[in-house]
Ligand binder design. Sequence first.
Ligand code: HEC
Ligand SMILES: [Cu+2]
Length: 418
Amino acid sequence: MRLSQIISKFPRFLKAAAALSGTVLLSGCFWLDGPQSTFDPNGPVARRQMDLFYTTCWVSLFIFVVVGAVLAYAMIKFRAKGEADEHAEPPEQAHGNPIVEISLIGASVLALVIIAIPTLSGIWYSYDVPSQDKADAYEITATGYQWWFKFDYPGETAQTLDPTGKIINAPFSTANELVIPAGRPVRIALRTVDVIHSFWIPKLAGKVDMMPNRGNHLWLKSDNPGYYWGQCAEFCGESHAVMRFRVIALGPKEFNDWVNAQVAPARKVASADQTQAKAQFAEYRTFRRNEAGYTSAFDASPLDAWRAKQVPPVTGENPALIQKGRELFSQKTCASCHTIRGDGYIGVVGPELTHVGARSTIAAGLLENNRDQLHRWIHAPNEVKPGNTMWVAGYLANGIKLTPEDEDALVNYLQSLK
Ligand code: HEC
Ligand SMILES: [Cu+2]
């Protein structure tokens, strides 16, 4: 029987399956630069991890092809060729061939060594910042919470106001958007306050677990300024799948400007230089339950969207409404969970919000930070993120009820926090 005849005996669905998987594999090439793709590394650690993947892949592919070819050869050559063969006794069984066996062992060892060398050197390389770059490394601590990330900058000192209005020092942290200097190694200490999370930025480095009672760390470097997606990569409860974050890598000057803006206490909107705007709550959009949190315009150039968020608006803010939002923030118990430096709020259960208006996303990377999405979040956080602490320990436990006017004032206040 010829090969073509054998193939023609394959059931139809096998052919269909082969065609389908071929198509999927081919079209896969177009997805390889997606926002969470490890095939599009933007820094040395991720690049090293990808190279190791390819080494392993090629070695395995080589073994697969050789073993498959030998197997196919034996199957075709020694198949039953006719009626007589089908009823024949099996041929005499041989014990083995020392030369073949020793060379097979040798080949396996060689394959393992070829894989082991880059694996071991890669493990050492990704474990910590190379010693010649240590002096230049920037330190950050990332802490996992169900279901968001806090980022502390131990090298920076923030400012807040004491009750008499005097500026005093405070620790500096932010949430859900990790801003790093591009072109510099960044060493990130990994912590958790609850369960095991895993810290992963596919284009830069990862994954390393955040373990209770254990200090892990990783390092990474972004070659250029950029905007990257991160994700918790260890199942950590109900809303694990939407425990995301973003990484913004900036050139030296822009990074410095960002730090300087962030360490300052919360922005106050003076009534004199702002035009009055009327309450806008009637115009808030409503969303379907699983509706996307982003517009395609945002996704097309998220770094530009982030940059646009850093600049306070020149007009259109309503100081009276913002002041009402500031008061509601304490009346509605938001302040028991959120810190807003300079406005007297020091809660530590949820993300720091001192400069939340300057973030491009909210709710741990799930929603774009604009007035409609912000409203969507504070209106019903559980619809966006089932079981989240703000809903369970805040809205339910404290019985938080917000009228449309309250929500509007809070949105205006939060957006003013640039
Ligand atoms: C019981 C504590 C708690 C209370 C009370 C609370 N929050 Fe939150 N808040 C959280 C937590 C926790 C998160 C993070 C949720 C997540 O992403 O999983 C959060 C997230 C947020 C965010 C998004 C921040 C970001 O960068 O992602 C905003 C804005 C916010 N809260 C505003 C409010 C307002 C306004 C109130 C009062 C009406 C309030 N919160 C009451 C705990 C609380
Ligand atoms: Cu997690």
